[in-house]
Design a protein around this ligand. Structure first.
Ligand code: FAD
Length: 163
């Protein structure tokens, strides 16, 4: 289980519309690659400082060689970070599920949280109708959002219990 968060980013200026991107992509495994946990940690720790600086929040799910990520913040910043992510060679086939204006953040306080699948999360996946392998191409955007949101809440609970 991985839980990484960072101090809350500054709120967008009052009245400024927020923007959300939800995308999925395929993990690109290199023959020499270390564990998936190491890879996720590397990506999340790399993202946290940069996202906090840019006022971005979101969550990254990694399971069965898929990534599912939600990014929230001011539109130009979300788009700029997504453009950078989309060219990262650690993954491929980046596909946007939803790009829209939002009124509030769902992942407030998470400059980037990331989770790798653990058996404890199985119940959450089952609640979202995912019983065996994870294939985010089969999810509609709202289901993808709600799954990531529930995984984030689960991780926050786990962390509270552990502290
Ligand atoms: P770069 O010059 O691209 O990279 C800086 C450092 O990143 C490198 O020195 C290296 O340590 C590492 N790195 C970059 N590419 C690779 C690679 N192919 N293999 C191994 N190491 C590499 N960034 C964010 O800022 N916010 C996010 O929310 C975010 N989410 C991501 C989600 C996924 C699934 C992936 C794969 C990447 C994500 N990234 C995110 C990372 C992003 O793609 C960029 O690598 C990062 O933002 C740094 O970009 P840069 O141009 O400043 O530096």
């Amino acid at each position: 289980m991985v839980l990484l968060s960072y101090p809350k980013p500054k709120m967008a200026a009052l009245g400024m519309a927020l923007h959300e991107i939800i995308y999925h992509s395929r993990n690109r495994r290199e023959p020499s690659e270390r564990s998936q946990l190491t890879k996720l940690r590397e990506i999340v720790s790399q993202s946290m400082a940069s996202n906090a600086k840019n006022g971005l929040t979101g969550f990254l799910v990694m399971r069965d060689d898929w990534f599912l990520q939600i990014l929230e913040g001011e539109e130009p910043r979300v788009e700029a970070v997504y453009a950078r992510i989309a060219t990262d060679t650690r993954h491929e086939r980046c596909t946007i599920l939803r790009r829209r204006k939002i009124m509030t953040r769902s992942f407030q306080g998470w400059s980037m949280g990331g989770v790798l699948f653990t058996p404890e999360q199985q119940g959450i996946y089952l609640q979202h109708g995912i019983s065996s392998t994870f294939d985010p191409t089969l999810l509609n955007p709202q289901k993808a959002h709600d799954l990531a949101f529930d995984l984030m809440r689960h991780e926050a609970d786990q962390r509270r219990k552990a502290s």
